[in-house]
Design a protein. Structure first.
Length: 403
């Protein structure tokens, strides 16, 4: 049996960062930048008003008070998106809105709150410093400045600056396209009636959702019945459409374990037992001339999920170009006793009772216990050589709420 870490390393070997492509900014969210981005222009790109008010000459207003306002002649009105052709001279002002370019001659903006809001003439009830309420060109970013380095994960705040510097096409490592094929003659599309012995296909939904949460563009194929020809055809059909194929089911020791039978025959996919609980039977390799990576996950839903966390999520993050492949582990106090098989690393589903305190979820740690999986927020990691944890003992925990 391989250790979890050795098996993960063998899955990740031969998987690389996806080649960069140019994507429209609207599709770049969640991708990793493949090149530095510099701003072609300064930000702000022109001096502009930071307030709704009046562009003035500050020296005109030194004596202005509430009792003795100073009156100025309003010679123009400039909303954001327009530029005034007038010049502010002594005794005059231009009404200006936030973001509008500063007119020539003016050296400050009086906020509208400090005036009577007039449109022909304006009574100003207080003085302003030179430069007040003016956002200077280049005070945020100067022309040519690096705004985002290569390797940056593009989130909402990064999308904003890319837009601000006019980056309509972004050179990124794309999100991996992940096809999820679930196999099993007992599987029925959720929502359809179940005859005796049939179950809803939950894994493909689970894996697609988990892959999306890991930053992939994932989609379902199937479920398909346990038929060797159909399975091979389905895999071949996906080779040209995706960057990673995931299968669920059919990899253990059963008589109808189609995935294992078909893929073993190709020679490029290997099946092995991993010293973990749940999720012992695993397989991975490459298919087609394109050598598309394939990871075959066990069918029991909890096994499938734990395997995804341990092997697929890191693979997706590697393809995306992210440096941290694993979620951070922390310690917590375990609120109840747990047993664990000797020689296997156990991943027990748990929720947080308080920060730093976890309690196992569900009716035991069986690989079919989906209720416990659904209420889990964390995985308690019990090392290979440990066979039990007492209530109150400190354990290692993976917080599944982290991204
Ligand atoms: P297998 O690995 O194909 O032997 O499946 C192991 C167990 O997981 C069996 O009880 C299956 O019915 C169940 N199972 C397999 N695939 C799925 C699926 N897509 N959704 C829910 N349960 C599944
Ligand atoms: Mg099966």
């Amino acid at each position: 049996m391989l250790s979890v870490d050795d098996y993960r390393n063998s899955v990740l070997e031969g998987i690389g960062v996806l080649s960069p492509i140019e994507l429209p900014l609207s599709s770049a969210h969640g991708c990793v930048l493949a090149a530095d981005v510099a701003s072609p222009w300064p930000l702000p790109s022109f001096d502009n008003s930071s307030m709704d008010g009046y562009a003035v000459i500050a020296a005109d207003l030194t004596s202005a008070t509430g009792e003795r306002p100073v009156e100025l002649t309003v010679i123009d009105d400039v909303p954001a998106g327009f530029r005034s052709t007038e010049v502010v001279t002594a005794g005059s002002a231009i009404r200006i809105m936030t973001g509008a370019p500063m007119p020539a001659g003016a050296d400050a903006v009086v906020p509208v709150e400090r005036t009577d809001g007039g449109t022909q003439t304006v009574q100003v009830t207080g003085s302003v410093e030179r430069g007040a309420h003016v956002r200077r060109a280049g005070e945020d970013v100067v022309a040519g400045e690096l705004v985002l380095p290569k390797g940056t994960l593009i989130g909402a705040r990064q999308v904003a600056i890319l837009a601000a510097v006019g980056c309509g096409l972004v050179f990124v490592h794309p999100r991996p396209r992940v096809a999820v094929i679930s196999t099993g003659s007992e599987l029925v599309e959720p929502g359809l009636p179940l005859r005796h012995g049939l179950i809803s296909d939950s894994n493909s939904y689970l894996l697609v959702a988990a892959a999306k949460e890991a930053g992939a563009d994932a989609y379902r194929v199937g479920p398909i019945v346990d038929d060797e020809t159909l399975f091979l055809r389905t895999v071949e059909d996906q080779i040209h459409r995706c960057d990673l194929i995931l299968t669920s089911g059919g990899v253990s020791m059963g008589a109808h374990d189609t995935v294992k039978t078909v893929l073993s025959a190709l020679g490029s996919v290997t099946f092995t037992k991993v010293a973990m609980n749940p999720g012992m039977p695993q397989g991975h390799g490459f298919v087609g001339e394109e050598r598309v990576p394939i990871i075959t996950l066990p069918g029991n839903p909890v096994s499938s999920y734990i395997s995804f966390e341990n092997f697929v999520r890191p693979a997706i993050r590697l393809m995306r170009g992210l440096p941290d492949l694993l979620r951070p582990q922390m310690t917590a106090v375990c609120g109840a006793a747990l047993t664990s098989p000797f020689g296997k690393r156990q991943f027990a589903r748990a929720r947080f009772l308080a920060s730093g305190v976890v309690l196992p979820t569900g009716t035991g740690q069986g690989s079919h216990v989906m209720g416990g999986l659904a209420s889990a927020e964390a995985l308690i990691v019990i090392p290979e050589e440990v066979t039990g944890v007492e209530a109150g003992q400190t354990v290692s925990v993976i917080d599944l709420r982290t991204r």
